[in-house]
Unconditional design. Structure first.
Length: 292
């Protein structure tokens, strides 16, 4: 949404995460000696990281997994499908989980270059087609993809280019997965690889269905939305915009957080019946903000 970037010049401080991803969806009022300051943060990152950790905990219910845990260097890779602000948030979240390199599926080279430029501290490799998948991920000794994040609209593919994206993703999904031997430190390797779909209208998207059909652990976008909302509430409660505060599950307790999740999960699904339009693009106030 344009306002995630447009609001940033009006805040007193911007978090490192918001600067890196170019997006701010949360404003935290932080006390200072002379009053307070408004700090911008991007909790989409925590929505993605925390929901993937939650899914991993469900596969290892007896293992304690810290919110700050990550994979040791060069033990697992991540894939993102998309090219916008959510893609940048997903890349940062997967990097926090220790996944490297990251692979980006996108049919627009300019979008890929923009993501790579804004996240130049990360190794991000463009997968243009199924041949690229075989080259980078299908060889003996290739990185093992442990987690994928989908960040494209939930419309069925129509054009050859759109079908090409699904073909590329399917090639990744069908690469055989041999679970590595578990290590004592860091995150455990999943029994089933994770596929998080950020789009949630509808919850069961065409891409999520494809991932589930190929045996991946599917997570719908409502779960990520709930997790980013919980991260916001924790930050607001503590007046602390840090990632640590946003991931501290002890603040509200398991019972309250689980009831919040159940409420979100129980809400009716939203099935779009026409093309969605960003009304902010046609709003004079939004244009005025963007011009600053």
């Amino acid at each position: 949404m344009p306002i995630k970037a447009a609001v940033m010049p009006y805040l007193d401080e911007i978090s490192l995460e918001s600067r890196i991803t170019g997006a701010c969806n949360t404003i935290v009022k932080v006390p200072t000696n002379g009053g307070y300051k408004l700090v911008g943060q991007n909790t989409d990152i925590l929505g993605i990281r925390n929901v993937l950790l939650r899914a991993l905990r469900s596969q290892f219910p007896t293992r304690i997994i810290s919110p700050e845990a990550s994979y040791p260097a060069e033990t697992g890779a991540g894939v993102i499908i998309g090219g916008g602000a959510t893609t940048r948030s997903a890349a940062h979240a997967l990097a926090l989980l220790g996944l490297s390199p990251l692979f980006l599926v996108n049919r627009d080279p300019a979008e890929v270059e923009a993501v790579q430029s804004s996240l130049s501290h990360l190794t991000i490799i463009h997968l243009k087609n199924s041949d690229d998948v075989e080259t980078y991920l299908g060889q003996s000794g290739s990185p093992k993809v442990l987690m994928m994040v989908g960040a494209i609209p939930a419309t069925a593919p129509v054009t050859p280019e759109e079908r090409g994206v699904y073909s590329t993703v399917t090639t990744i999904l069908i690469i055989p997965y041999v679970k590595p031997a578990q290590i004592d430190e860091g995150l455990p390797f999943p029994d089933k690889r994770m596929f998080l779909e950020m789009t949630y209208k509808p919850r069961s998207t065409p891409m999520l269905k494809v991932a589930l059909a190929h045996g991946w652990h599917g997570i719908d976008g409502i779960q990520a939305t709930i997790e980013q909302g919980l991260a916001q509430q924790r930050m607001w409660y503590l007046s602390d915009p840090s990632l640590r505060a946003g991931s501290d599950r002890s603040i509200f307790g398991i019972e309250l957080e689980d009831s919040t999740r159940k409420l979100g999960e129980s809400m009716n699904d939203i099935i779009p019946t026409c093309t969605e339009v960003d009304r902010a693009l046609f709003n004079d106030d939004a244009d005025a903000l963007t011009d600053h």
